[in-house]
Design a protein around this ligand. Structure first.
Ligand code: GLA
Length: 379
């Protein structure tokens, strides 16, 4: 797995790396825009990820060679970490290291080579996988006592306080602690989690609409702010603490948008818990129904879907009927849809989706048939 990144490191830095790491991207099966509302999510880590090779430096200098970003080398000192507005990819390294230092971990510099195959800007968490791979590599290199949960928190802090995206903890946590063939029900308040096997005979079918997520951060941050305002209106810590009945009783005193945003979050939490039970009971009909409902809620109440994603979901759901389900996945405003598709139908669904989508939108979507893998900190 690490031969290629080892060779890249050696060619760039002229010596052999001391440690390696790999952290996966993720797909969320259900439970979107619930994590930063202290709610529930049900993601799986996928077989796309970021590889890092790393070697120690004694001079507090960090040199990062990004094989996939025009083979660019960027250098900075741990003593003068600043946001890089020009080459934004390096902020995932700089921010994570800054948070690691702030948390009191002791280390010096490093030479780092990085390469990955998570499609960027597609909503499959290429950035979380980069952060978690980096933290895993630093933990190995400097023998830092860093758990998967610690790493996830540091990655999220880096996004919130350094990169400028007010994301929740889902992506970093599943990249750190995902498990082979399992989906994870994560309680984003307590960070307790439970695992359930993905259904046998089904493929984790991901279709990238190829609409790059434009203006993601600002639109995403707006959604979060809208949710927090409703929580404040009810004097609760987060929307997790609100019931649908409470929301309904205040409908007249809320703006139409605030009401819709909160309704999505409250109903999505319920759907996510129900989806975990459905997975445990191997009840695919129920799971598929919940996925469809989730998509509708994201489309109409949370308004994070796009015409392209709606078209993909509609096409796949119409074909599958009760045999499986599809929904948009992740932050939205472009990116991917996820579906659970019976393996014997994968080729047919793939051909259908590619031909119909290309016919309507004039370009082809990309289909990935994935499986759930271990996270960077999983045993
Ligand atoms: C992005 C964020 C996550 C989560 C999802 C939506 O992936 O990084 O924290 O909020 O969007 O569920």
């Amino acid at each position: 797995m690490f031969n290629e990144i080892a060779a890249i490191f050696k060619a760039q830095f002229g010596y052999s790396p001391e440690c390696f790491s790999h952290a996966p991207g993720r797909v969320n099966i259900i439970g979107d825009h619930t994590d930063y509302n202290d709610g529930f999510v049900l993601p799986a880590a996928i077989n796309f990820g970021t590889n890092i090779a790393i070697g120690k430096r004694r001079d507090r200098k960090i040199r990062v060679f990004a094989y996939d970003c025009s083979q660019m080398l960027i250098e900075f000192s741990l003593d003068t970490i600043e946001f890089n507005a020009k080459f934004t990819w390096v902020n995932y390294v700089a921010g994570s290291l800054k948070m690691l230092m702030r948390a009191g971990y002791l280390f010096s510099g490093a030479d780092i080579a990085v390469s990955g195959n998570v499609p960027q800007g597609a909503g499959l968490s290429s950035s979380a996988s980069f952060e978690i791979a980096l933290l895993r590599a630093m933990a190995s290199l400097y023998q830092l006592e860093l758990s998967g949960i610690d790493a996830a928190k540091l990655g999220q802090q880096s996004e919130n306080e350094f990169v400028g995206c007010n994301c929740g903890i889902m992506d970093q946590l599943i990249s750190a602690l995902g498990q082979c063939n399992q989906a994870m029900l994560l309680d984003c308040r307590s960070l307790d989690y439970q695992l359930a096997s993905l259904p046998e005979g089904y493929s984790l079918f991901i279709v990238d609409s190829k609409v790059k997520r434009g203006l993601v951060e600002s639109a995403y941050n707006d959604r979060r702010a809208e949710c927090e305002l409703v929580a404040k209106h009810f004097s609760v810590t987060a929307l997790r603490d609100l019931t649908l009945a409470q929301l309904e009783s205040e409908k007249a005193n809320l703006s139409a948008v605030a009401y819709k945003r909160a309704r999505h979050v409250i109903t999505e939490n319920d759907r996510t818990l129900a989806a975990f039970t459905a997975l445990e009971n191997k009840d695919m009909t129920q799971l598929a129904t919940l996925m469809r409902q989730s998509h509708n809620s994201l489309q109409t109440d949370f308004e994070t879907s796009t015409p392209e994603m709606n078209y993909l979901v509609k096409t796949i759901n119409a074909f599958l009927g009760e045999q499986g389900g599809a929904r948009m996945t992740g932050g939205g405003f472009g990116g991917c849809v996820v579906a659970l598709v019976p393996i014997h139908l994968v080729e047919q669904v793939k051909n259908l989706v590619i031909s119909e989508y290309t016919h309507v939108f004039g370009y082809s979507p990309e289909v990935h048939t994935c499986n759930a893998v271990n996270g960077a900190f999983s045993a």
